[in-house]
Design a protein around this ligand. Sequence first.
Ligand code: MG
Length: 404
Amino acid sequence: MDQPTIRDVRAILTSPGEGSLQKRLIVVKVETSEPGLYGLGCATFTQRHSAVRVVVDEFLRPLLMGRDPQRIEDLWQTLHVNAYWRSGPVMNNALSGVDMALWDLKGKLAGLPVYQLLGGKCREGAAVYRHADGAEPEEVEANVRRFMEQGLRYIRAQMGGYGGRGSDAPRPEGALPGAYFDPERHARSVVRLFDHLRATIGEDVELLHDVHERLVPIEAVRLAKALEPHRLFFLEDVLPPEQIEWFRLIRQQCTTPLAMGELFVNANEWKPLLEGRLIDFIRCHISAIGGLTPARKLATVCEHFGIRTAWHGPGDVSPVGHAANVHLDVSSLNFGVQEWAGFSELEQEMFPGCPEIRGAYAYPNDRPGLGIDVDEKLAAKYPCPEGVLDWTQTRTPDGTPAYP
Ligand code: MG
């Protein structure tokens, strides 16, 4: 085979749900001069999907045409700095789509799965955590038990979704519409929930909770401290990225393990937390930081600081992105746990080769590259809906806009 060169790059958009604004998936396909040799990468930024497409198709594609797809490190840096201003979720997701596709391609050229390129497995499967929710502690308990019966060891417990069960507190006259929640009531309800779960279920399951940055900083400190006796596996996104200095206060108060980074988009956000040993798990959204290339570097740095990985794995990551997560999970010594949303039958049909979950673990498949494909004809039947997101229009009881 002659040295392949990049022949085409394009974004594939699809929404394999029922017109859900929250399932607008973006996958980048990098095709080469070698017939049938291509790579796929995840560029999913559900909330601004078409902006990512513009960056891929109008800015990255012309830069990449005719280049050697095997120079991943070179191309990542070239694309990263080409706009002069860099980083941010739109540009990083576009970059990730290309980056993961290049890793996929390199695996196909080598005849090896990506986890082999990353150093090989140091475990056979990646332990996952699933989400249990409910309106009352008893309902959450029932859902936790259901996952335990399926063999899961790690379960995230929420009551009423992020920020708790909304707010029925009185609003000022003329208050604007929005997704209202009550931070103080939420914080109190979380303690009540975990009191109940530990009293009824005991210690034989690892429990997690996601605050989703819904608390003011001092409430976050108080919640982490109040949950300490319940030995959480971790407390997730207890503060927004804008308030990371408060992590030091939480550390001084308690030993509740902390997971942070879902919203991070550049190294300046995680460096102080690593240097200060202020978190226990890094949980970036791999495509939002620019793909596998920066994520494997971040994982390695975290290893030296005694911090484990818990990459973001919600429903609005494409199956290609989930595959990349699992390849990195099984080959990172300091892997902690993998968030797992699961795939619908339609997604599995649209993306042949989805990583599989059996019992408590997710497994990459052993095909070369990321081991996953996309049925473009099927994807085209599910165009992304246009519309305005409601759930991120969050407000606290007096009507103030808040972090979602
Ligand atoms: Mg989260």
